[in-house]
Design a binder for this molecule. Structure first.
Ligand code: B12
Ligand code: SF4
Length: 376
């Protein structure tokens, strides 16, 4: 989770008076043009005062909603005070990059077919972290070309930064009741990134909220993770349970997980603003290895080498083979009973990993219970 690239020391911040003079002449409109050329769908300049968000963030931690994501609690107020993370920061450029892969199988149809594996739409192609940070670095190079050396650091989900709050302040959208950022003209299927700078730039107007009386996402969450509008208990979120959680998935959530084996999109799929979602223009985010509509038994049969091969360069590789099998075992437990599915589970009943064995045993017991219930 390291921020990227060239950083200037405090000394350079103070030292570079020449740059400071020329900095004031940079036009944000020029930065917008360069950003568009680099594939960013939209950018804005954020006011970096996040006092209100800091209070909400603190409440979220106090409630324990971060679960095992200990890194969310690790950095004190650095996450909500940009100048504490990078001394000298006075401005933030927020950027958005769309990821919806238009050629992917219809999400709802995959979710409704219990034999198929559902992988969250953001993870079907190559990992976004490196791609976005490289593009942000290029953008910084272009700014430096125009104004001379300046202090900055670029992020894309790579450091303690309140990305959604900054993006809202930059006018890129509002934080919806499901807690994702929504653009009224582009929905919510996009990634965020930022550049912290020592250049004072005029902030854009912050976005206002437009959920109105809608609350469709709250009952749509299969595990009830949106415990109140704008409050997500990550410990219940399928994205957390299938990606972040390293241990056993609590039994109470396993049936509700259905066939979601990596992440979850349900709260966004029901959001009316996503009828405006824009397909990605990035070839890197296109579906790889048919992961948008794989058979559960197929991906459960992968060897460790096949898993490494098929997920190389993708966000999925981060969870590793053991958690992959854990997640698929749960989905197979929820799949319609068939000799093929029971055989696939039995083939891994003696897996070397205790974590996998336990989830396979649960899945087989689910099929037995359903068979017993059907025959009684
Ligand atoms: C931790 C994390 C998670 C956790 C927790 C999610 C969460 N809501 O916090 C888990 C693993 C569950 C997760 C899941 C997902 N994530 Co995530 N995640 C992050 C991460 C690293 C930090 C988010 C954070 O700061 N959480 C802290 C809490 C307090 O923030 P919050 O819930 O948004 O609360 C804010 C508001 O709701 C408000 N608020 C809170 N309480 C209250 C109460 C009231 C009354 C009011 C008015 C307001 C309010 O203030 C808070 C602070 O601004 C960011 C990257 C980053 N560094 O920002 C990516 C990020 C948020 N994730 C992202 C994505 C894509 C996802 C998933 C869609 C992936 C998937 N398909 O599976 C899901 C979406 C689930 C969901 N509904 O949120 C994107 C979101 C892009 C977007 N359009 O918004 C980010 C920005 C990564 C990126 N660079 O693109 N994620
Ligand atoms: S589904 Fe409705 S309440 Fe939820 S984020 Fe979208 S507009 Fe807001």
């Amino acid at each position: 989770m390291d921020g990227v690239t060239r950083e200037y020391t405090g000394a350079m911040f103070e030292d570079d008076a020449r740059a400071a003079a020329s900095l004031r002449t940079i036009r944000v409109d020029d930065i917008r043009v360069w950003a568009a050329e680099l594939g960013f769908a939209r950018i804005g300049v954020a006011n970096i005062d996040l006092a209100g968000d800091e209070a909400h963030f603190r409440d979220w931690l106090v409630a324990g909603f971060n679960g095992d994501m200990e890194y969310m609690a690790r950095h004190g107020t650095k996450r909500s005070r940009p100048a504490e993370l990078l001394p000298g920061t006075v401005s933030c450029i927020s950027v958005r990059m769309d990821y919806w892969p238009h050629a992917a199988a219809d999400a709802t149809s995959v979710l409704e077919d219990g034999n198929l594996a559902y992988v969250s739409r953001y993870a079907l192609g190559r990992d976004y972290h490196k791609l976005m940070r490289n593009r942000l670095q290029t953008l910084c190079d272009r700014i430096a070309g125009a104004v001379g050396a300046f202090g900055y650091r670029a992020f894309a989900d790579s450091a303690p930064v309140l990305e959604k709050a900054l993006a809202r302040n930059a006018g890129l959208g509002w934080i919806g009741k499901h807690t994702n950022l929504i653009d009224a003209k582009a929905g919510s299927y996009f990634f965020l990134g930022e550049i912290y700078l020592d250049i004072p730039l005029p902030p854009d107007e912050a976005s206002t909220a437009h959920c109105g009386t809608c609350s469709a996402c709250i009952p749509a969450c299969p595990t009830g993770a949106i415990v109140a509008p704008y409050r997500l208990d990550a410990r219940r979120c399928i994205s957390y349970l299938t990606i972040e959680l390293k241990d056993s998935i609590p039994v109470e959530f396993r049936r509700a997980i259905g066939n979601r084996i990596y992440g979850c999109d349900d709260c966004q799929l029901v959001c009316p603003w996503n009828k405006f979602a824009r397909p990605t223009l990035e070839q890197d985010f296109a579906v790889r290895h048919g992961l948008d509509r794989s058979q559960l038994v197929t991906v459960f049969a992968w060897s460790e080498a096949e898993f490494a091969d098929k997920t190389r360069g993708s966000a999925i590789s981060r969870i590793g083979y053991e958690r992959w099998l854990r997640n698929v075992a749960v989905a197979l437990g929820n799949a319609p009973t068939s000799p093929q599915i029971v055989a696939a589970l039995q083939a891994r009943a003696g897996a070397s990993s205790e974590l996998v064995r336990e989830h396979v045993a649960w899945a087989l017991a689910e099929h037995r219970h359903r068979a017993a219930a059907a025959s009684s």
